[in-house]
Design a protein around this ligand. Structure first.
Ligand code: APR
Ligand code: PHB
Length: 397
């Protein structure tokens, strides 16, 4: 059987935000790479995911020349609101940190990254199958896969495992070489995409006795909503009428807020978990993004954390391949994990503060409300939330 053999400097597995941003960063540094993706382009570009971009994430996309459409279509949010105990309180990011967040769907980010990568002639193979990583612990790793009915082998100096939580990269590390820390939350999120104009300028995180709800948006005509549901719940239990009733109950009821309804375009249920695999490296295989860690979505950090990883990785790879200096690669996991754990802490804290915990007592509920009171009245506490929400500066090494 003939095997098509190709050579590159960095083999990237996965065309999500991690793999695509890494590819753009490496290309800027003049480093050759190939991206392998097991899904179709339509599938990758169609997935509805989160939509909050940190300030440093947008700065990086701008540096890479990837914000033409974002600058036209994205929405700048200068703060965020918390609703609890019948009131609404705003945290003013701009006043507290001088920075803002950008609301632009991850799906749009991925579309822009793919279009520009292909435009510049970048290598990206969709619908590959049977991806296997070989010799990650030697200095000549390779990746084999099948595409167009043929077997391929991609030889590389570095393999970047950017294939998400269910990918092959983390799974290919021998048992015992990775340590896992994990927390599963006793609830899930029902995500709803609705064709209805948003009626507020900013996101509303609502902590309600019946459970958490989040009011977000994608454009002047599309609202994005989330409801805390049971971990084993299914979308079949949530016809449109029940969704709107529950949202109306959990979101603010004051005169200043209007929940506009419209056709529901999509619903999906996402489990809530925190997960970290360490180290984020096995020999020449480097894990980045969801392949290495998952955060509960309450902090809106998944994509941003993936981008932070590949900023460190691209810099480390350049030092190694162009200057023969392995120190960046050696420090990669420790540098990334420092941020990962700060973001896990933030996401766990936001999750605990805002969700309903079944079996929780009155005392625990009062503590949640007091926490929300503290974070929305103390400038020190609000600043602590704001500086992480808008995005900690990237570390390069
Ligand atoms: N071979 C090739 N590609 C694969 C394989 C495989 N065996 N397994 C998975 N993939 C692809 C997926 O189809 C997906 O396109 O890897 C990509 C991983 O992308 P993401 O899951 O988006 O992960 P990441 O790039 O780390 O981005 C993290 O995106 O998934 C969200 O919630 C997540 O917001 C977070 C951010
Ligand atoms: C979203 O708009 O999809 C979104 C916003 C904030 C979150 C999570 C998701 O915390």
């Amino acid at each position: 059987m003939t095997v098509v053999v190709e050579r590159t400097e960095v083999a990237i597995i996965g065309a999500g935000p991690a793999g695509l941003v890494l590819a753009h960063l490496l290309a800027r540094a003049g480093i050759d790479c190939v991206i392998l993706e097991d899904c179709s382009r339509a599938h990758v570009e169609g997935r509805v995911r989160a939509g909050v971009l940190e300030f440093p994430t947008v700065e990086l996309l701008r540096e890479l020349g990837l914000t033409d459409r974002l600058d036209r279509e994205a929405m700048i949010h200068r703060g965020v609101e918390f609703a609890f105990g019948g009131q609404r309180r705003r945290i003013d990011f701009e006043a507290l940190t001088g920075r803002h967040i950008t609301v632009y769907g991850q799906r749009e980010v991925v579309r822009d990254l793919i279009a520009s990568w292909l435009d510049r002639g970048g290598a990206l193979h969709f619908e590959v199958s049977d991806v296997v990583i070989h010799d990650a612990d030697g200095d000549r790793p390779s990746v084999t896969y099948r595409a167009d009915g043929r077997s391929h082998r991609l030889d590389a100096a570095i393999v970047a495992g950017c294939d998400g939580f269910q990918g092959v990269s983390r799974a290919s590390v021998p048992a015992g070489a990775l340590e896992v820390a994990e927390r599963n939350y006793p609830f899930a999120w029902l995500g709803i995409l609705a064709e209805a104009p948003p009626t507020t300028e900013e996101l509303i995180y609502s902590s309600h006795e019946r459970g958490f709800a989040l009011y977000s948006m994608r454009s002047p005509t599309i609202t994005r909503l989330y409801l805390q549901v049971a971990p084993d719940d299914t979308v079949g239990h949530w016809p449109a009428e029940r969704i709107w009733d529950e949202l109306a109950t959990r979101l603010p009821t004051d005169a200043g807020f209007e929940l506009r309804q419209g056709p529901i375009l999509e619903t999906a249920i996402t489990a809530m978990r925190g997960f970290v695999a360490s180290p984020m490296r096995h020999g020449r295989l480097f894990l980045a993004g969801d392949a290495a860690h998952i955060v509960p979505p309450t902090g809106a950090k998944g994509l941003n954390l993936a981008v932070a990883d590949v900023v460190v990785l691209a810099d480390a790879v350049e030092r190694f391949l162009r200057r023969g200096d392995p120190r960046g690669l050696d420090g990669y996991s420790a540098v990334c994990l420092r941020r990962v754990w700060r973001i896990q802490r933030f996401s766990a804290w936001m999750t605990a503060m805002l969700h309903r915990f079944d079996g929780g007592d009155r005392f625990a509920r009062q503590l949640q409300l007091a926490e929300l009171e503290q974070v929305t009245t103390s400038v020190a506490a609000a600043t602590s939330l704001a500086e992480i929400y808008v995005g900690l500066p990237f570390e390069r090494r």
